[in-house]
Design a protein around this ligand. Sequence first.
Ligand SMILES: [Zn+2]
Length: 237
Amino acid sequence: MTSDGCEEMQLLVQADVDGELQPAEAARVGAHLMHCAECAQVQTRLLALSTRLRQDAPRYAAPAALRARFVPKRPSCRVPALAFGAGFAIAACLALVMVLPRGGALPDAVVFAHIRALQPGHLMDVVSTDQHTVKPWFDGKLPFAPPVKDFQAEGFPLVGGRVDYLAGRTAAALVYRSRQHVIDLFAWPGVDSRLPSSGARAGYNFQRWSQDGMSFWAVSDLNAGELGDFVRDFRKP
Ligand SMILES: [Zn+2]
C-alpha cells in the first residue's frame, strides 16, 4: 500500500527531476528517498527516462544569441516585437517555437504519469471491469465526465480508473489491459491539435486525439500497431 504522503512525494520527485524544486523542498524529497524504497524507485525510473529523452529527443538548433535573448521571456513574443520590429520578431517567435516545441512537454508529462502509475499501488483508485461502476466513480471527483467504455471482446478489457494530475491539469485515467500490457487512457476537457498525434518516449508509445471536445492520450508499452487498434476501437462512435 502507498500512503498519501508518497503520492504527493512522487509528484515532488518528478518536479525535482525536472529541476523545479526550491532547495528546501528538494532536501525534503532527498530525506524521504533515504528511507522509502518505492519513491526511490520512481526517482530512478524518472532519471533514466529523463536521461534517455535528453539523448534521444530530436533537437532544433537556434542561434545561441537568439536563445539567450528570448528563452527567459518565452511567454511573451510581444516584447521583442516592440523592441526589434515586426519582421525580426516574427522570425524570433518562429525560432522560439522550434527551440521549445509545445508538443515536447506534454508527451513527456503523459509518459511520466504512466510510469508513475505503474508503481505498485498507484495504477487504480477504482478497480472494476464494469464500466457502470467506473463511470459513476468519477462523479464528484472531476469537473467533467470522461467517456468510459469496455473492450473486453476486442481484447482490451477495462480494469479500472483513477484521477491523475499531470502538467498542471487534472485528468481522468482509464486503465485497460492487453494481455500482460497496461494501457493508460488519459482524458481531460479541451483540444490542442498542435500537439503530436503519436510518438514514443523511453520505450512507451503514445497516441493522442480529440473527440467530443476532449483530449485523449493512450500510453502503453504495447507496440504502436496494437495501441492503434485500441485507439480505433475507442474512437468508434
Ligand atoms: Zn515514499
